[in-house]
Design a binder for this molecule. Structure first.
Ligand code: ASP
Length: 581
């Protein structure tokens, strides 16, 4: 090694010792008689000191060094007179006797410090510089630790890491596939896997028994801040299991991760049915760090000549503890909030349960004090609380109220990022009706098994059948999901029929799987966790991008390497591709 120590490890124990360090110039300060340089590497920052009196030439040389120059220095560890106890190396500095310039650097386009002045695009273009920043590097370290602990846990439970192919077959599974032209098979295409779903099931048929893989998946969807065209899953599958075994195994994994990475003890995960989640939170990924459950008041409020409520399929609200002091302006803001197209409500009704025990509402014209008192009972409201109510078509209204609930949770400081509230959401419907294309869609995916005791309804009333499917949700984020699978060819065929595949189409696209089921497929099930999302949640960040070394932007572009990009005519010809003019 060119160095004896890293920039993060020296302390008072090495005082008097000669050391050699390598790193980048974070910044330098020239104080006349003295020059200080902060030297940075992956492990930390060490202060270097140069003294005009003892070595004027060296000190002059040090003053010429620019930001991000790469140095190797030798010097003596000395005690600082001005200690900085916030830094691990803050009690010492290195009095330099030799500087060796390993490389110079252009002035970086943004400051490489905890807080940078660089905008998103600039930092993405120079991602290798952004990654030098301590906070971004810390995210990579967290990700590394998460991956190692995941492997440790799964290995200790007999899971075998198996790689599955990246060039596979295009199958209509949910999202749009990325496709890759084949040169050797002109006119034919591979697809990149949306997940290794069918392969991991084939591994169960192969007798692997317990499989996992930390694996890249690809979905060609429109992007949002928390989505990337390529992302990573912790993908798992087990044989000879029931739902309960999977829930226990992977609850164990997530608790292990919390314990080993964050030193947080997570109690046993509560379970909530999909139906309860939708009824109580209007959302299949409820944030249960706070209560604020839905209260349905249709019966209470109808028939009082208030058209909005009278005409509504559902009237539902939440009680916000301690928010009766909300001003007119704040309430107007909330009304604007619910009317945003993404939220979709037409208006907001409120009722303040005032400290003096009276209730003031935005619909006092229709509901007298006595009626409003009934509301407070329904909402379990106390003086000082605010009731917020939406009305309209059931699903739309619940969705809008779910958004409002999250907004209020945020405003009331109930969504602390250092508090983790995981749960299982279970008993999902097997299929859901899509009015637009007027057909059933698999709620999870087409390989999910119906609950055995509802199997008889599969053909007559598919919408009423539930699945042994489950999601793990943490703080309102779906971090993982899976199901017990179909392992019987005829049931799988039936499922494809319900989903609108003809037998030929099903055989064409999934014949390989159904054929495999004829050779002794064991009962099996599994789950996949969104690894990037899990990392960002552990790191207390909103966006998964911060936890991906080289992410793409919202347009799906890598602006550092400038991809996607055009290819040469010759490449196109080899691939037998003619581009539209
Ligand atoms: N393959 C599924 C997914 O990507 C997860 C699973 O069912 O295991 O969502």
């Amino acid at each position: 090694m060119l160095r004896t120590h890293t920039c993060g490890e020296l302390n008072t124990k090495q005082i008097g010792q000669q050391v050699t360090l390598c790193g980048w110039v974070q910044r330098s300060r020239d104080l006349g008689g003295m020059t200080f340089i902060d030297l940075r590497d992956r492990y930390g920052i060490t202060q270097l000191v140069f003294n005009m009196e003892t070595d004027a030439i060296l000190c002059e040389n040090a003053r010429q060094l620019g930001r991000e120059y790469v140095l190797k220095i030798t010097g003596i560890v000395t005690e600082r007179s001005n200690k900085n106890l916030k830094m691990p190396t803050g009690e010492i500095e290195v009095t330099v006797s030799q500087i060796h310039l390993l490389n110079s650097a252009k002035n970086p386009p943004f400051t490489i410090e905890e807080h940078t002045d660089g905008g998103d695009d600039l930092r993405m273009k120079y991602r290798y510089l952004d990654l030098r920043r301590t906070s971004v590097r810390a995210n990579m370290e967290l990700r590394h630790k998460m991956a190692q602990e995941t492997r440790k846990y799964l290995d200790s439970r007999m899971f075998m890491e198996v790689e599955t192919p990246v060039l596979i077959k295009s199958t209509p599974e949910g999202a749009r596939d990325f496709i890759v032209p084949s040169r050797m098979n002109a006119g034919e295409f591979y697809a990149l896997p949306q997940s290794p779903q069918t392969f991991k099931q084939l591994l169960m048929v192969a007798g692997i028994d317990r499989y996992f893989q930390i694996v890249k998946c690809f979905r060609d969807e429109d992007l949002r801040a928390d989505r990337q065209p390529e992302f990573t899953q912790i993908d798992c599958e087990m044989s000879f299991v029931e739902q309960e075994d999977i829930l226990e195994m992977f609850e164990g994994m997530v608790r292990h991760l919390f314990q080993s990475v964050k030193q947080v003890d997570i109690p046993a995960l509560p379970r909530m049915t999909y139906e309860d989640a939708m009824n109580q939170y209007g959302n299949d990924k409820p944030d249960i760090r706070f209560e604020m459950k839905f209260v349905y008041i249709s019966e209470l409020v109808k028939g009082k000549n208030f058209r909005v409520f009278d005409d509504a399929e559902t009237v539902v609200g939440i009680n916000v503890t301690g928010a009766a002091s909300y001003t007119r302006k704040q309430l107007d803001e909330l009304t604007e909030f619910v009317k945003r197209p993404q939220v979709g409500a037409t208006g907001l009704v409120y009722a303040r349960y005032q400290d003096d025990g009276t209730v003031k509402s935005s619909v006092d014209k229709f509901y007298d004090e006595q009626e409003l008192k009934k509301w407070t009972i329904a909402f379990n409201s106390n003086p000082g609380d605010l009731m917020l109510i939406l009305a309209g078509e059931k699903n739309k209204t619940r969705k809008a109220l779910s958004e409002l609930r999250l907004e209020m949770g945020g405003r009331m400081g109930l969504r602390n990022k250092e508090i983790f509230a995981p749960l299982w959401v279970i008993d999902f419907p097997l299929v859901e009706w899509n009015a637009e294309s007027s057909r059933w869609f698999a709620m999870h995916h087409p390989f999910t098994a119906p609950k055995p005791d509802e199997m008889h309804l599969l053909e007559t009333d598919p919408g009423s059948v539930h699945a042994n499917a489950y999601d793990m949700v943490i703080n309102g984020v779906e971090v993982g999901g899976g199901s017990i699978r179909i392992h019987d060819k005829s049931i799988q065929q039936k499922m494809f029929r319900i989903l609108g595949f003809s037998d030929t189409e099903a055989q064409d696209q999934f014949g390989f799987l159904m054929n495999a089921f004829e050779f002794g497929a064991p009962p099996h099930g599994g789950i996949a966790f969104g690894f990037d999302r899990l990392c960002s949640l552990f790191g207390g960040a909103e966006s998964i991008r911060d936890f991906i070394a080289f992410p793409k932007n919202n347009a799906g572009r890598d602006i550092m390497i400038d991809s996607p990009s055009a290819v040469s005519q010759q490449q196109l010809e080899e691939l037998n591709i003619l581009l539209k003019k």
